[in-house]
Design a protein around this ligand. Sequence first.
Ligand code: ADP
Ligand code: MG
Length: 332
Amino acid sequence: MGQIILKDVTKSFGSVDVIKPLNLDIEDGEFVVFVGPSGCGKSTLLRLIAGLEDVTSGTILIDGQDATLTPPAKRRLAMVFQSYALYPHMSVAKNIAFPLRMAGLPKSEIDKKVKGAAATLNLTDYLDRRPGQLSGGQRQRVAIGRAIVREPAAFLFDEPLSNLDAALRVNMRLEISELHNQLGTTMIYVTHDQVEAMTMADKIVVLSAGQIEQVGSPLDLYRSPRNTFVAGFIGSPRMNFIDGSVAASHNAAKIGVRPEHIRLSNDAGDWQGVVGVSEHLGSDTFLHVNVDGIGTLTARSDGEFGAHHGDRVYLTPAQDKIHRFDGRGNAL
Ligand code: ADP
Ligand code: MG
């Protein structure tokens, strides 16, 4: 089990309201990602769920039980941090076994669970090593192993991959998703990286300034962002925003078009402009085009599109992919 419900939860530090009244339902077995810019309250929200911080007001239900005042150790949730917090003098086996030894489980049972977790995480060959003899990715797996043996109702991850290099991050992302498929246990994962959110989540919770901006599946948020904040945060490169007369002609205060929804041509199109920076990634080319009367727009073309600094190009937005917003930034 691992259903978590937050009802009107708030958190203030002194006079600063870090979490504004917030409601959220997390279903058993879901992979939920909290994403938002640095300082928006992601870690605080996770720590409230873990019980590491007390709520200022509101209720937290875990599997239908009021857990608002339950101490962290009794919530059956396992937290995995960015800093692995492994014991350097203990072997991998002892590190993984640690919470079970603290709980006083018999040795035979501890051995069995440690072996099971090690097998799940491909750590069987490393059980006798010390953390110092492991790579960053392996250390992160040991930290996850220590969480797995507790058989928690949910795993809580706070930016667990931010200490790893880019290639390893992609690897661990896949491993954590695979682990979720295997275990089927609720996971709540905090990140500021929208790519991690998009690739891992069943459900994304976009936060800004202690408030939920939108909750939905990755494709829900991509296709139907509720406001300019979500529209600009989800998707890479970022959505282009245009106001003024172009937006007014769509009966909107502002319109948004994603770079992948703009068709580029050398000879004809709705808008024309001059190429500034072009980024050739091989698979795709991103052109930053200074469009006459509009400003700089980013457009994606295939990797073979030949355009360089100073070239005149034509852009045509896909009409059915234009997002319209009112003067307050809410989707129309
Ligand atoms: P995030 O994880 O999204 O980067 P945090 O949840 O860590 O953000 O912090 C949200 C806000 O709450 C920040 O402005 C931070 O300075 C503030 N904050 C976090 N913890 C404390 C604390 N213990 N005391 C005072 N302010 C805090
Ligand atoms: Mg944080």
